[in-house]
Design a protein around this ligand. Structure first.
Ligand code: SAJ
Length: 438
């Protein structure tokens, strides 16, 4: 009945407007915790749900494990509110959802061993939410996923517990992609423009009312599928352009040109160009993964997303390209890789962070190890490597290591490095970031 629907929607939006709402975030990671802090800052009562009891205990003890969230920010969110009600609290208990007016799902969406979407985290969260779904509740999925997930995977699970309820009338469901970039300070969750799309128009209205007080300017799109696709397009754009920069490097090898010189000069064009640089390959938990969610979905629709596949092929080939450069560099001083000491500088997937997920430096180390090199690494942010066959402690005395190694591979251009000092070393240098030869 339209009046019933409007009454439910009106009640829900009113709660957000008056900051009377209690909201939950599932997944206290690098996306969920900053979002929880933004909701608390906006005046909501916030509860963070995570399956990891240790993380929950750390948060409740006022200790943040997310680099972008200071303990002080966490403690501020935890202080008792002006109305005397407790501020942010973390828990492993999903039952708290019974008293929450809204929930954001910020759980991982990795690829499985055969490179297909792994929705197990989303499905677990959806099943828990559905157990506590109640009238007027707003559910927003933030996890990066293929177009259709919100409507085809989440919605049926939410409806399973309340079969006679209707989405957009009795409860509301939307998708809003996360744009958290760990370490970035110029754009934060509170200022970042955010895209949002509802399963129905009423869902969009409810989700916007939920998010508007806490995040940057909202851009509404026509559906949850559109919002899911926006995120994948954003990150596919990066993967394809990074691959183009890497292929420029391969082409410049054949042409006898310096690819970085070409990129820098092209970047002087004040319009119609966006700078990307060649590198060791494609690391991180977003760019190497997200495009495959899009290409996987299109394969189910009998379409081959060729740009995505080609970009992945070129980007994943780069570690092998750079190991060949090591081989060439050692060969030029009549040494073989087998038995030579090779020092890799930087194993994080990009500079000035500690995250090694999908880092191409790890592939370079593994390939060198396979060829018999005596490998070592240094990274001011990563004291120890436990990654499959790579069980290594970082070298401590970099100066000494530089003097005794046969070849240096610059894999991550952390600002902490003194490149002039490194350039003085006797060893051959393979510079995947063009910081020495700059
Ligand atoms: N890379 C290159 N050449 C480039 C740019 C990047 O080789 O020109 C490499 C990086 O070293 C890294 C990988 O590609 O290994 C990914 O780099 P990235 O700059 O895309 O860093 P990410 O993975 O942290 O991407 C995040 C994304 N943020 C979100 O998904 C919310 C991405 O959308 C951002 O644009 C990006 O940060 C950013 O701009 O820093």
């Amino acid at each position: 009945m339209p009046t019933t629907m409007n009454a439910t929607l009106a009640t829900t939006t009113q709660k957000f407007a008056e900051r009377e709402a209690r909201v939950a975030i599932i997944g206290m990671g690098y996306v969920g915790l900053p979002l929880a802090m933004a909701f608390a800052q906006a005046g909501y009562r916030v509860v963070g749900i995570d399956v990891n009891a240790e993380r929950v205990a750390q948060l409740n003890a006022g200790r943040s494990y997310v680099e972008d969230i200071a303990d002080a920010t966490l403690s501020e969110a935890q202080t008792r509110r002006p109305d005397g009600r407790p501020g942010f609290v973390a828990t492993t208990e999903y039952s708290v959802l019974a008293e929450c007016d809204a929930v954001s799902i910020c759980v991982p969406t990795p690829l499985n061993k055969v490179g297909e979407p792994d929705l197990s985290y989303i499905i677990h969260a959806a099943d828990e939410v559905s157990r506590y779904l109640h009238e007027g509740m707003v559910v927003v999925l933030e996890s990066t996923t293929y177009p259709g997930t919100t409507r085809e995977v989440l919605l049926p699970r939410l409806e399973a517990h309340c079969p006679d309820w209707r989405v957009g009338e009795d409860f509301f469901l939307a998708f809003s992609p996360e744009r958290i970039d760990p370490g970035r300070t110029d754009w934060t969750v509170e200022t970042m423009p955010k895209v949002i799309g509802g399963v129905t128009a009423a869902c969009l209205t409810a989700a916007k009312a939920f998010y508007a007080p806490a995040v940057g300017p909202l851009t509404a799109v026509s559906s949850a599928e559109a919002a899911e696709t926006v995120k994948l397009f954003e990150n596919t754009f990066r993967s394809v352009n990074i691959a183009l920069a890497n292929e420029l490097l391969l082409m410049c090898d054949k042409l006898g040109l310096d690819a970085w010189e070409i990129v820098e000069a092209a970047a002087t064009k004040p319009f119609g160009f966006m700078k990307f640089t060649p590198g060791p390959g494609l690391g991180g938990h977003c760019i190497p993964i997200d495009p495959h969610y899009l290409s996987w979905k299109l394969r189910t629709l009998a379409y081959n997303a060729r740009f995505i596949e080609l970009a992945s092929e070129i980007n994943t080939e780069m570690p092998r390209y750079w190991v060949q450069k090591v081989q060439d560099a050692l060969n030029s001083v009549r040494k073989s890789v087998n038995g030579s000491r090779v020092l890799v500088l930087g194993v994080a997937y990009k500079k000035n962070i500690s995250d090694i997920r999908e880092s191409p430096a790890l592939d370079i180390l593994l390939l060198l190890q396979e060829k018999g090199a005596e490998i070592a690494y240094h990274d001011p942010y990563v004291p120890q490597l436990c990654y499959g066959d790579l069980q290594l402690d970082a070298v401590i005395d970099l100066a000494a290591a530089l003097e005794t190694t046969d070849c240096i591979v610059i894999a991550t251009d952390h600002d902490a490095y003194n490149w002039a000092e490194i350039a003085q070393a006797q060893a051959a240098v393979v510079d995947t970031r063009h910081v020495i030869s700059a």
